[in-house]
Ligand binder design. Sequence first.
Ligand code: TYM
Length: 333
Amino acid sequence: MGKKIFSGVQPTGNLHLGNYLGAIKNFVDLNNDKDNKCIFCVVDLHAITVKQDPKELKNNIRETVATFVASGIDPKKSIIFNQSSVAAHAEGAWILSCVARMGWLNRMTQFKEKAGKDKEKASVGLYSYPVLMAADILLYDATHVPVGDDQKQHLELCRDIAQKFNNDFKVENFLQVPEPLIQKEFSRIMSLKDGSKKMSKSELSDLSRINLTDDKDQIINKIKKAKTDPLPLPQSMKELDERLEAKNLIGIYSSLTNSSLENSIKNFAGKNFSEFKEKLTEELVNKIEPISNEIKKLLGDKSYLDEILLDGVEKASLIASKKIERIKEIVGF
Ligand code: TYM
């Protein structure tokens, strides 16, 4: 049976290899299975939980659409839309925020990381953000949600909220409890400069990530400068686990070539990093350069990107407005 897929990406610029290998690559495979119904959302309401420049935000929304399409998502087959254009997301988030418990949200590690030491100054939106994410998913009865490993806790919260709503209002199975789709081996791509930190758009150094808009020379340079250790490449999984940078680079290589970590270790065991980096660069350039070129091409045709969004908003609104009407009835409005 086909799956109902929902996932979202924040339009905060600098979409990178972590977004691609952790999430978007999976979106493309799911989109290509004709039995699935897929919805991919540019989550602009989520983006403003931290300060955004309004002009840049508008460009970044288009760039995220361009990235989806350039990566291989077919806008005729999947719904691509932006969150703020479908009012049910904000309405749903409010209602569900009255179902979610403070204690549940207090456990969210991403808020703690993003708010940092000065959490009194974080926006209220940053705190309640996982409830909005739950609304996104539950409005479309999604059965499966493809995400990177960092979103796992938010998905568990979404499941808890769905179950509590169904119990509180005695509407068994009304909100679909979604399953996460998280890749086993490469669900967390790390920084090229520090194997203990997630690759992220907010990291100051651009050398820490491969952006999906990087050109060939930038990719070559970033892999050349990527942190390694002085030893030859590991011989076993156990040895790999102890060497963070090697693990990350071999993980990236494996994900790009659709091979297992074990196979990649066999291929490169005992070799030096310079030889491996050459192969890795080749794979990265083969994969990322066409996407990067296509993003740039698509960005030259803003009206095409806007049409995709308009069409997607229309389709998403049809689904979400029905669900939110039922939610309101159930609550007693
Ligand atoms: P966002 O925009 O931070 O990231 C988009 C997707 O990329 C994945 N990702 C990574 N995967 C592996 N390694 C990394 N270094 C890495 N960095 C990012 C993320 O896990 C994510 O899948 N809250 C979400 C967006 C969202 C959403 C939703 C997702 C809003 N509503 C509903 C699913 C369903 C976020 O901020 O992702």
